[in-house]
Design a protein around this ligand. Structure first.
Ligand code: ADP
Ligand code: MG
Length: 602
């Protein structure tokens, strides 16, 4: 048999390698920003068109490159950052593999202009699909500009896999956040399609957080600052009451690099003990500084995973630092989020003013008057509430159920009287317990309410999402990138009973809301909805409508810990069992269990 092994040409090898390094525009952005930082830039501009499909350009005022380096930097394993294997254990730069530019040049048309600070002329290199098209001296500012055009122009499979612009743009924005939140000494500006989305001057982390998220964050965070032999911990952690339903706002950095480290994230979360509401995650922005020889960043190609030699010590210090930051306020928060039957008789701290209790759930409801909504559904309610009495929760897999897909059939029990006035009791501030002929039902108030609101929002024709005019219009503002997404979602949000109009580029005015949101803080409602919407759209192929309604429902639902009036509890019971799918929350969790006394006797 003849020889069959070929050595692949560089262009093909680079294209294969590019598959690992550059899977979407955001990863090219990350590599270019990191190179600019490694070159010591203090000012970096990121210019993107069409969410990075047609142009990603990074302009920096860093060291620049010599003529030779300008050509060499596109070779595989070309790096100025390490020289020998031993250097891998003392990494001070963001990059070190020497494969990013080679990969990018394999799958795009790249124009590099670069000049050393003490050189008179710079160099321009044009390279396309790993082939150098030209290299010429040019006049250009000191530093480097790299323009990456038509990414994946020669890899249609990759190109076709790109998501909608808003999704790709969110990824790019996230890359920028992961870098700019911790490199506050560098100024960044970010343009998308000619619009300046972020203009971040050199400053501090608090400023960056408020620029990326919202100025309101100043009131939502505590500072953390702790130094020990093994690690310095510095940053901010969110107050428990602003915890979110997603882990989206958890930023952990080590030596200026964003990392994912489940154990260290757990250390922060543990600091909150039981201050956090069910299934919520605190926001945090924490930079760790450790001796580079005590970590290994070389274990994952995208370099967000890191191994620490002193993991146990760092875990303990991080948790202690976070606890300390939260400590002084934990009494109030713990009481608020962990209501139990035991009353705490210890004296309040001096000067402590108890917060005014606030309930914003449907004050206008009167169980004895027939509201419009009750009239609409009361017949069905009665039947299903009735039927429900003999029903055990149906065990369904906890994956995105759709209202249409699963409709449990509830057996009917003719002899059962509807028991609309059956008294309800609230337990631990989060469960509604009620007696029924076949036993006792325990309903999770928050999940049940999520189901009710979700059904209403999804079923827009039911006439239950009629906008209710606000006495005073409310303005909501977003970051420019979020405002773009919000604009895109606007028709869907409006269809759910909100009346909202744009007011300038990043601000919207809300003049009416669905009845369920009457008292809710709208800015927070939309902030959290957007955050959740973005993360669920990024994580999986989701139905956009379901995604939006699920996020809205979660924000609008009564929370665990909210004391409910008798009639509010009864309303929840009635509404829940008029749902075609009462036994699951919109994200598939059980809403209730029925305890049959007979089970106790077996
Ligand atoms: P790595 O960053 O892993 O070394 P890259 O392919 O990203 O590999 O870059 C290759 C080399 O090109 C770098 O080591 C650096 O010397 C040079 N380089 C890349 N971008 C810049 C820049 N913006 N300014 C100066 N030098 C750069
Ligand atoms: Mg690099």
């Amino acid at each position: 048999m003849s020889d069959i092994i070929n050595i692949l040409p560089d262009s093909v090898a680079n294209q294969i390698a590019a598959g690992e390094v550059v899977d979407r525009p955001a990863s090219a952005v990350k590599e270019l920003l990191e190179n600019a930082m490694d070159a010591g830039a203090t000012d970096i501009q990121l210019i993107v068109k069409d969410a990075g499909r047609t142009l990603i350009q990074v302009i920096d005022n860093g060291s620049g490159m010599s003529d030779t380096d300008a050509r060499l930097c596109f070779e595989r394993h070309a790096t100025s950052k390490i020289k020998q294997a031993g250097d891998l254990f003392d990494i001070h730069t963001m990059g070190f593999r020497g494969e990013a530019l080679a990969s990018i040049a394999a799958i795009a048309q790249v124009e590099l202009r670069t000049r050393l600070h003490d050189a008179e002329l710079g160099t321009e290199v044009v390279i396309e699909g790993s082939t150098v098209k030209s290299q010429n001296p040019v006049q250009c500012p000191a530093g480097t500009s790299i323009a990456v055009k038509n990414l994946f122009y020669n890899v249609p499979a990759r190109r076709n896999f790109l998501k909608k612009d808003s999704v790709e743009l969110s990824h790019i924005e996230e890359v920028l956040r992961r870098i700019a939140l911790i490199h506050c000494e560098i100024s960044f500006s970010f343009y998308h399609n000619g619009r300046l989305l972020y203009d971040l001057k050199a400053g501090n982390m608090a400023q960056r957080i408020s620029q990326f998220f919202s100025p309101a964050y100043k009131e939502r965070l505590y500072a953390v600052d702790e130094t020990s032999d093994v690690v310095r911990v510095k940053g901010y952690i969110g107050k428990a009451e602003f915890a979110r339903k997603t882990r989206g706002e958890q930023y952990l950095f080590v030596n200026g690099r964003f990392i994912k480290h489940p154990a260290l994230s757990a250390a922060v979360e543990k600091a909150y003990a039981d201050m956090l509401p069910d299934r919520s995650y605190p926001s945090y922005f924490i930079g760790l500084t450790v001796d580079p020889s005590r970590i290994d960043v070389n274990i994952h190609p995208t370099k967000t995973e890191v191994k620490f030699i002193d993991e146990h010590a760092i875990f303990a210090i991080l948790r202690a630092a976070a606890k300390k930051a939260l400590g002084q306020f934990s009494l109030a928060s713990e009481f608020e989020f962990n209501p139990s039957d035991e009353i705490d008789f210890s004296p309040a701290p001096k000067g402590y003013i108890p917060p005014e209790p606030k309930i914003s759930y449907n004050h206008s409801y009167n169980p004895f008057s027939s509201s419009q909504h009750r009239e609409n559904v009361s017949h069905k309610d009665t039947r299903e509430w009735d039927n429900f009495f003999d029903t055990k929760p149906v065990d369904k897999p906890a994956f995105e159920p759709t209202v249409e897909a699963c409709t449990p059939t509830l057996p009917s029990l003719e002899t059962q009287q509807p028991s609309m006035t059956s008294a309800c009791m609230q337990v631990q501030g989060r469960y509604i317990v009620s007696a029924m002929a076949s036993g006792v039902i325990v309903v999770d108030q928050q999940r049940a309410h999520e189901r009710i609101i979700y059904d209403r929002l999804m079923n827009r024709n039911a006439g239950t999402t009629h906008p209710q005019q606000l006495l005073f219009p409310v303005n909501c503002s977003f970051t420019p990138a979020d405002a773009d997404i919000f604009n895109e979602l606007l028709p869907d949000i409006k269809a759910r009973g909100f009346e909202i109009e744009p007011l300038g580029q990043c601000t919207f005015v809300v003049t009416a809301t669905p009845t369920d949101v009457a008292d809710t803080e709208l800015q927070q409602l939309f902030d959290q909805t957007l955050a959740e919407y973005k993360s669920s759209m990024l994580q999986k192929f989701s139905n956009r409508d379901q995604c939006l309604c699920r996020s809205l429902a979660r924000q609008m639902a009564v929370k665990a810990g909210r004391q409910l009036e008798q009639e509010e509890m009864q309303q929840i019971m009635v509404d829940l069992f008029s749902s075609p799918m009462p036994d699951r929350s919109p994200d598939g969790r059980k809403t209730f269990v029925v305890i049959d006394p007979k089970d106790l006797l077996n």
